[in-house]
Design a protein around this ligand. Structure first.
Ligand SMILES: Cc1cc2nc3c(=O)[nH]c(=O)nc-3n(C[C@H](O)[C@H](O)[C@H](O)COP(=O)(O)OP(=O)(O)OC[C@H]3O[C@@H](n4cnc5c(N)ncnc54)[C@H](O)[C@@H]3O)c2cc1C
Length: 583
């Protein structure tokens, strides 16, 4: 038998690899990972950290001989000072706890094949979900990890670092607080419905559930009582089967706990500073920006102090999208706020990103005065308003965005999504009506420009409700557009201007104002209505099916249109009322 090792890690998953990396960083030279399979759960890690890995090793026993632990596999014996059992095994009969379709596009703990160029949703919040996400991204999939319930501090350090890298490089989207409520089949592909209004429904090529798996106990590796009693045979994770006295720790700390306990003379690295202590280190905000931000604000034009048109250019990846879709922007909680509002638990979140969805807006004219065409552009335009704090809510993102200027860095999520698009408008003679509140005009601008560029000749109307004239960031451009295109009409509705009668979007429909003022009738046979912004204006009914709808007490546009024979474009059922709610 060769010289004794310092540490043998059984199982090349995120927890095991993190412990091996920590041991190497603590100056222990003889560290080997025994992996039963043919690849590690995080394949790039061995090379990056110079780990010694032996594949296809199934452990039969762990025994104590002459004060060393002896690990016997089907192939050979290893003598070591310490052993970490990091294996996890499937939980029998595990099934998702949400209603889910089955079939070849929904998987449990499995990587779909082929995985390149497909969109995959991974559902889970543990190290194993991170492992699946990293592997899928490495194989070239577009991955969204729905990690509702995840505490990044509980992840194994190596997994947390790889996840962070993937986000920064825009190779995966992480939804920390979202979890789907249901996975349904829509046109043969899995559709994820979220219970969180900020994460609208998303459709994927595949969905992969992470079961979390079960930590294995002494019996699974044939551990003898003497080996267990030595205090140097450790187990990853807390588990009922781990006998009293056999040390174990979660993936986030197992490396440090084990090395500190078994090798007190090792050169143990100082702990990573906590979020709060990092806060106090000079230069740390710049370091955090470099770690997390992946895009530059190239243009930041205030319409007024609280309303901005901005453009963002990502470092990597494309910005291709359909008019009407949305992306996500993020800034660190470490960034300064324009207001003095105090956020709860800011110490715990201080080094994290606050992310929000934003519809992609659109320039209407280019610098030469032509109708703007963003195809081939490397930037995205957004139209965003500052949200003030209220007794019930301290807004996270917009008070930080308020202090940004061109050249500043920001986080842009990799996933552009949304089914609020022009797909249902197939006849260029149709009437298309866009109704919005405030910045709900953003996607409408993108869709209006697209329709006109494509030669749509039916009537197009865009009406927007705001408080004051000053709240109309694109007013001049819309007026020019009306002069160029006889079939286009812009109807701004300021509600707090002394010279303008107060009219809400609902009044336009209830009073048939488009017919009276513009000669445009809203006929459900040939009209599509797009609603965006304040949910009260939209007024979605409770209950999905058209026959069984209860409308909100305050009458919204959907109710008025349904009474005129329109139908809601609602998940599986396509209709002619399309909507995007902002909260
Ligand atoms: C698909 C989608 C697209 C969106 N697109 C845009 C967009 O293009 N422009 C934009 O400004 N916002 C947009 N939003 C809203 C955006 O995601 C944030 O909620 C908003 O910027 C506030 O973020 P915050 O962290 O500052 O405040 P939060 O703590 O998130 O405050 C949320 C509260 O702010 C209010 N609020 C949120 N958005 C608005 C708004 N646009 N106008 C007035 N009040 C609002 C509501 O009362 C809401 O309950 C969109 C939301 C969704 C789901």
């Amino acid at each position: 038998m060769a010289d004794a090792h310092d540490l043998i890690v059984i199982g090349g998953n995120a927890g095991g690899l993190s412990a091996a990396v920590f041991a190497r960083r603590s100056g222990l030279d003889r560290v080997t990972v025994l992996e039963p399979g043919t690849t590690l759960a995080l394949p790039g890690v061995a090379g990056e950290f110079g780990l010694d890995v032996s594949y296809g090793e199934t452990v039969v026993s762990v025994e104590l001989q002459d004060d060393d632990l002896v690990v016997t596999t089907h192939r050979q014996c290893y003598r070591s000072r310490a052993v970490l059992v990091a294996l996890r095994s499937p939980i029998e009969d595990w099934a998702p706890d949400i209603p889910t379709v089955t079939g070849e596009r929904v998987h449990i703990d499995e990587i779909p094949s082929p995985a390149n160029d497909v969109d995959v949703l991974v559902v889970g919040h543990t190290d194993q979900a991170v492992e699946l996400t990293v592997r899928l991204a490495d194989l070239g999939a577009g991955v969204v990890l729905a990690a509702g319930g995840m505490n990044p501090r509980r992840l194994s350090p190596v997994g947390a670092q790889l996840l962070n890298d993937l986000e920064r490089e825009r190779r995966a989207t992480l939804l920390y607080s979202s979890r789907p409520q249901q996975i349904a089949d829509v046109d043969g592909f899995p559709m994820a419905y979220f219970n969180d209004r900020r994460t609208p429904d998303l459709q994927f090529d595949h969905v992969v559930f992470s079961s979390g798996r079960r930590a294995v106990g002494p019996a699974d590796v044939g551990a003898s009582d003497a080996a267990l009693g030595a205090g140097r045979l450790w187990f990853l994770g807390q588990d009922d089967e781990t006998p009293e006295g056999a040390p174990s720790a979660p993936g986030a700390s197992i490396g440090r706990d084990l090395v500190t306990a078994v090798f007190p003379d090792a050169a143990i690295p100082a702990p990573e500073p906590s979020a709060w202590s990092r806060h106090e280190v000079p230069g740390v905000t710049e370091e955090l920006r470099q770690e997390h931000y992946n895009a530059t604000i190239t243009h930041f034009e205030p319409t007024h102090s609280d309303l901005w048109v901005l453009r963002v250019r990502p470092d990597h990846g494309s910005v291709s999208h359909l008019p009407g879709q949305y992306a996500s922007l993020g800034l660190g909680y470490w960034e300064e706020r324009v207001d003095d509002a105090i956020e709860a638990n800011i110490d715990e979140r201080w080094d994290k990103l606050v992310r929000r969805s934003y519809s992609i807006s659109h320039r209407i004219f280019d610098e030469h005065g032509y109708l703007a065409d963003e195809v081939g552009s490397d930037e995205l335009e957004f139209y965003i308003v500052l949200v003030p704090p209220t007794p019930d809510n301290v807004p996270g993102l917009t008070p930080r965005l308020a202090l940004k200027k061109p050249g500043d860095r920001i986080y842009l999520g990799p996933k552009v999504a949304g089914r609020y698009t022009l797909a249902p408008v197939t006849d260029p003679a149709d009437t298309v009506v866009f109704l919005s509140t405030g910045t709900g005009e953003a996607p409408q601008n993108a869709m209006v420009t697209e329709l006109l560029r494509k030669g749509h000749h039916g009537p197009i109307v865009s009406a927007v409700s705001v408080r004051q004239w000053a709240d109309l960031g694109y007013l001049d451009q819309h007026r020019r557009l009306e002069q160029r295109f006889a079939n286009y009409h812009y109807v701004p509705l300021p509600t707090r201007e002394p010279d303008v009668p107060k009219r809400y979007i609902q009044d336009l429909i209830a009073g048939d104002v488009f017919a009276a003022d513009l000669g445009i009738t809203l006929d459900p046979q040939n009209t599509h209505v797009f609603l965006c912004g304040n949910p009260a204006m939209i007024g979605l009914p409770e209950g999905g099916d058209d026959g069984d709808q209860t409308f909100p007490e305050t009458v919204g546009v959907v109710q008025l249109l349904v009474e005129r024979g329109f139908t809601l474009d609602h998940r599986k059922k396509r209709g002619n009322i399309h909507y995007e709610e902002y909260w």
